[in-house]
Design a protein around this ligand. Sequence first.
Ligand SMILES: Cc1ncc(COP(=O)(O)O)c(C=O)c1O
Length: 398
Amino acid sequence: MGNSSAPPKQFLSDKVGFFTESVIRDMTRQAALYGAVNLAQGFPDFPAPAEIKLAAQEAIAEDVNQYAITWGSKNLRNAIARHMWECQGISVDPETQITVCCGSTEAMISILLATCNQGDEVVIFEPFYENYGPDSILSGAKPRFVKLRPPSTEDGEWTFDARELRAAFHSQTKAIIVNTPNNPTGKVFTRAELELIRDLCVEFNVLAITDEIYQHILYDGTQHISIATLDGMRERTVTISGMSKTFSVTGWRVGWTVAPPATTNAIRKVHDFLTVGAPAPLQEAGAVALAMPASYYLSLAEGYRKRRDRLMPALTEAGFRCFHPRGAYYVMTDISGFGFVDDVEFTKYLVKEIGVAAVPGSSFYRDPKNGARQVRFAFCKKDETLDAAATRLRKLRK
Ligand SMILES: Cc1ncc(COP(=O)(O)O)c(C=O)c1O
């Protein structure tokens, strides 16, 4: 018999006290609640390519319905290796260097669990994709943030201070997370910036974990560079990518890691016990998707360029200051002109009174104060959706 006067037992780990639920995904629920146009979460509201949907249907009909090999179907691993070679000139052994996961989300946590010990530090640029903070905590690592500073002009680039980055590296640093093209800023890291990161990784013997999920979504002539292609980085890089953004199938949950064999072995062990494997028929469709011609990727980027150029003037007209994205499908904005207390109050007003859901900037920063003047909009939406948002946003002017 328990002691009835004892306080009710809390069956919670300490870890979960250190982070909140995803603000991005909560905004999607709020959009549904208030009937708002959802420019919060980064998922397309237009159809995925017909040929890959057909490939998934065929795989199910052909009974590819049991567990795939835990680290990924051979067809998909071969296709990923071919894609890495064609896009980046990186040659990869599909047998020993690729792990297919349930999205790049699972890829990131599997990598961190496979590489970090308690007390290790992971350098993260902020603002950051919100999963990286909790991922570090769950893996026992301590996130160490380095600021990306917004441009001072409409057309400028987000930058970091090389001295601040260097100061973040020391003997406890295990890894740095690089996300290029970047969510939420739209920054595409330049070769010079990646070389600077490379030099620090080599000097301090640090692993680069690079989230390249938006690798094909680039604007204004920018070029995507995988840090693994830089001299000295192949042996100390884990590259993450996936199907979600490139093929407009965020619900399929297929992503992957590319890493040297010893790191891959460790990632595969974690992945196996976390999820066993990604959906088998969708992996087969992934192999078909990755065989699409180069023209597919060009029209993907051009489609997003048009959407960006449709939404940005509407945001500017409504009173936002936009930071011009060079890649990915988000616009970070400055909301100082509206006179709200902070980003959270503003996005609440936006979703309830104006009918548009966006993501408060603070969710991309460790200290909410740093994002209190910023709000992120996703433009991976149909023209009608963007136009409906623009019409509603005009009300902000009144
Ligand atoms: C930078 C970044 N990484 C990873 C993800 C999640 O990707 P996946 O659907 O492959 O888990 C997102 C989704 O928004 C993202 O923006």
